[in-house]
Design a protein around this ligand. Sequence first.
Ligand SMILES: Nc1ncnc2c1ncn2[C@@H]1O[C@H](COP(=O)(O)OP(=O)(O)OP(=O)(O)O)[C@@H](O)[C@H]1O
Length: 254
Amino acid sequence: MFIETKQLTKKFGGLVAVNGVDFSIEKGKINAIIGPNGAGKSTFFNLVSGSYQPSSGQVFYKGKNITKLPPNKIAELGVARTFQTTNLFEQATVLDNVLVGHRLRTNSSLLDAVLRTKRFKREERRCMEKAMEVLDFVGLTHVSDKLAGNITQEEKKRVAFALALATDPEVVFLDEPAAGINPGETEGLAELMEKMVGRGITVCLIEHKMKMIMKLADKIMVLNYGEKIAEGTSDEIRNNQAVIDAYLGGEASA
Ligand SMILES: Nc1ncnc2c1ncn2[C@@H]1O[C@H](COP(=O)(O)OP(=O)(O)OP(=O)(O)O)[C@@H](O)[C@H]1O
């Protein structure tokens, strides 16, 4: 089993945001979490990536119980994530944004940097190579010297992917990667996710764009009021009565 949650529960005061969720994220696949607004999707992500501690239940990563690990330790195991909004340094270039994001995760100390030790220079070179590699992967080489404030919304989404990929993750959690972009651009991001899976990276995403999810995801979990109401392939989810009921008059046509 790759990533597994067991009876995962998060309460905020009297509100049960995630309620006893058992789910397994399949390795090398595109896993999606859908559900109406406030269903608990982001909270579920935050629990799995260690940003929140569950009220009860467990998270297992490759058989290891990671429930109590802090987010940085979980990240070190190969788990990367993006957020609904990525705050880039708008006055810095795209390349520098990726370099800084990556450098925050390397080993050189401030002293190494000041003395420009061999280790620092080696890591600088490696960071630069990695940044160029991930920018090429996400299709942004041509804007690497542009200020992040001057690129399109869709390109900013790709920078968020690049930041996550620079850590060489085994799994990437993407929180609404296609929010706020048009259908053509959404198609491009879907292709990028497929390309990631082609490289052996597992993808888990939250998304409201149903057409995209139904086409893209290998496995879908549906949350409603914090509870898992369905799980399966696109076809299984499309024909599931509990899902149809939860979405009646909702976002299913989006
Ligand atoms: N830090 C928090 N403190 C208190 N309540 C919270 C907190 N985070 C989330 N909630 C509540 O938990 C519930 C689930 O929220 P969550 O953001 O996980 O839903 P979601 O499915 O991601 O929604 P959306 O699609 O709107 O992003 C909501 O009722 C929300 O108000």
